[in-house]
Design a protein around this ligand. Structure first.
Ligand code: ADP
Ligand code: ZN
Length: 630
């Protein structure tokens, strides 16, 4: 019998948060989101990946005593949630097509009796009349719809089975609806509200900036060397110990295999992942990555939703992503635990042409609709502008999502991007360099051979003084601009060409041959009457202040010992390691080095249940580590 008058005060919320999750405070929007659910008001909660959406629907049923139904699109997502809740001592279960009748019955009866506080279901199952009747008997007060953008055909991940949820309001008129998503566009938000018929919903939109991520953008040169170097920053001692989770996103299946192979040969064990793998192999890679048996995965974008490893420390894009939304979502898989993460985008001007071919490729229904093609190219160009731009990356991303970026007070700029960390510098002689590049294009146009129509690759080769067959054929080695920039790396010249295009000093013709040509403004740049800005890599990447701070006072050897212990326990219990404890919790333990149950309870992320289950094992590991050190 639930308490007839449950305590729903802010103090009660805090007590449960501490007792069950071991967290000290709610994050910004969690408070109003939970309040809305407790007050019986519908809500739409928009938080970026890693923002902490789960707690918004997980906590209310513990206070009200009335169960919550959670709609989720994937079995793997449901299972992860149930494992995490169970590890914290919260009665929860999932009903999905992977279960047999013998497994379904006990879950259903536990649900009906009100014993389960959370039940996860697929949308088509929720609309089943039997389940709806059970929900009424169980006294369900709230239905949470996770990944709610799947209901909208305007979104990037429409799922027809979500459409059935449109009648949920009628079928369960007395429950409170909570829709949750990470989708940023206002149109999709409005669509969610109307599809689900939310009643005067509280709309809570979180801050899209991810301050714990450091963004870097570099011209792609020798991909494998570059990835070796970046992933090398996340390897600890390099003996398999201290190796951190790294995802490298590639454009094609072949690229993933080639790169994974190359990295493995050079000592960083990596797996390839793409939609062409047999389902068994796919799920093995997913499992190995989640359980930390493998730490580096080279993948196409098929690797994503359902990968809930919270301690991914680095996401590398080996190619320009197809949109800023995709970039935000993919980089968002780094640092979900709130600890620092590094995101590096390696791109080249050639990426646009590769994407264009993919976008224009005829599908099952013939050539794609021209409207679709131009919308996709638009998205691609927005991404490219951020990549080649010289503005703070945090600022550019926030502004893309319609939010004003407020840098932290104690940092120079954002303190967490290549621009603000001054890893890029303005080229000293930008004006002269720009003139050399622009006049080379002018020479092509004056030099009759080839009709003056050449792409960026040829332009770069002429300026670098290469001896390609094409250059010889066209006699371009006799141009006065030939080899004028021979002292610069070709990627740098390539990056400069892109930057000039962005500033309007040159243009790239649309169409299948992206020829570079002069613009109206070219003359002003040549005359030096228009200022030009060229940036190039200057310094080796530094660790951000935040990264250093996150390790402040942490005994790193102890952290690694605790990580090994965690891996063993997780394996025994067949759950992912983060279900036992997050990295944040382990770092805090390796900082505080607790010696008693009480001290253990003051560690972030240690609640009562986890203290009972794991407290002693971790305390004795800490004690023996301390003994070994002294
Ligand atoms: P989302 O579903 O929005 O991607 P999650 O709900 O998975 O995000 O939460 C991301 C991470 O943040 C998890 O590791 C979770 O334990 C942690 N977290 C959530 N809320 C809090 C909080 N109030 N205090 C500390 N950590 C939190
Ligand atoms: Zn910045």
């Amino acid at each position: 019998m639930p308490d007839p008058q449950p305590d729903l005060s802010a103090d009660a919320i805090r007590a449960v948060l501490r007792e069950v999750w071991g967290h000290d405070q709610l994050r910004d929007l969690q408070e109003p989101a939970i309040r809305a659910a407790l007050d019986g008001q519908d809500s739409l909660v928009v938080l970026p990946t890693g923002g902490g959406k789960s707690l918004c629907y997980q906590l209310p049923p513990l206070l009200t005593g009335k169960p919550t139904l959670v709609v989720s699109p994937l079995i793997s997502l449901m299972n992860d949630q149930v494992a995490s809740l169970t590890a914290n001592g919260v009665p929860a279960a999932a009903l999905h097509s992977g279960l047999g009748n013998a497994e379904l019955r006990p879950i259903e009866s536990a649900f009906e009796s009100g014993e389960l506080k959370l039940l996860f279901v697929a949308p088509e199952r929720l609309m089943n009349p039997g389940l709806l009747a059970m929900a009424e008997r169980a006294g369900v007060a709230c239905v949470a719809i996770d990944e709610a953008h799947c209901i909208s055909a305007l979104g990037h991940d429409f799922r027809p089975e979500y459409r059935q949820l449109a009648s949920i309001r009628e079928r369960l008129p007395n429950v409170t609806l909570q829709a949750l998503t990470a989708t940023a566009t206002p149109r999709v938000r409005e669509d969610i509200i109307s599809q689900l018929a939310l009643r005067e919903p509280e709309v809570l939109v979180g801050v899209f900036d991810r301050p714990n991520l450091t963004y870097r953008v570099l011209p792609r040169a020798k991909l494998e060397d570059q990835v070796m170097e970046i992933a090398g920053r996340h390897r600890g001692s390099g003996m398999g110990e201290g190796e951190e989770g790294v995802i490298v996103y590639c454009l094609s299946r072949k690229d993933t295999e080639k790169l994974a192979d190359g990295l493995t040969k050079r000592g960083i064990e990596a797996r390839a992942y793409h939609a062409g793998l047999a389902p068994k192999k796919r799920s093995k890679v997913e499992r190995d990555f989640t359980t930390e048996r493998v730490n580096v995965v080279c993948a196409t974008v098929a690797f994503g939703m359902g990968i809930d490893r919270s301690n991914v420390r680095c996401v590398i894009h080996a190619c320009l992503p197809r949109s800023v939304e995709a970039f935000q979502q993919e980089t968002g898989r780094a640092g979900r635990d709130g600890l620092p993460g590094e995101c590096v985008l390696l791109h080249s001007a050639a990426d646009i042409a590769r994407w264009r071919r993919l976008i224009e490729m005829p599908g099952d229904y013939g050539a794609p609709d021209p409207g679709f093609v131009s919308a996709q190219l638009d998205l691609l160009n927005q991404m490219r502008r951020i990549a080649v731009g010289g503005d703070c990356r945090h600022k550019a991303l926030s502004e893309h999502f319609g939010q004003t970026y407020l840098p932290p007070e104690d940092a120079d700029g954002c303190g967490a991007c290549d621009v603000c960390l001054r890893e890029l510098k303005e080229a000293d002689d930008a004006e002269t360099t720009a003139k050399k590049i622009i006049s080379c294009v002018a020479r092509f146009e004056n030099h009759a051979a080839g009709g003056g129509r050449f792409g960026a690759k040829h332009l770069v080769e002429v300026l670098a003084g290469a001896k390609t067959q094409r250059i010889l054929d066209y006699g371009h080695d006799s141009l006065s601009t030939y080899s004028l920039l021979a002292d610069l790396p070709r990627d740098t010249i390539d990056a400069f060409v892109n930057q000039l295009i962005d500033q309007g000093a040159l243009a790239r013709a649309p169409g299948d041959r992206p020829v570079i040509h002069l613009t109206e403004a070219s003359r002003e740049f040549l005359a030096g009457t228009r200022p030009v800005r060229l940036i190039q890599p200057a310094a080796a990447p530094k660790t951000s202040k935040r990264d250093t701070a996150s390790w402040e006072g942490v005994d790193r050897d102890l952290f690694e010992r605790l990580r090994t212990l965690r891996r063993g326990i997780a394996q025994e219990r067949a759950v992912p390691p983060y279900v036992v404890f997050s990295d944040n919790t382990l770092r805090d333990m390796a900082r505080l080095r607790p010696e008693s149950h009480n001290e253990m309870l003051s560690v972030h992320g240690v609640g009562r249940k986890k203290l009972d289950d794991f407290g002693d094992v971790f305390l004795s590991e800490i004690a023996s580590a301390i003994a070994a050190q002294s």
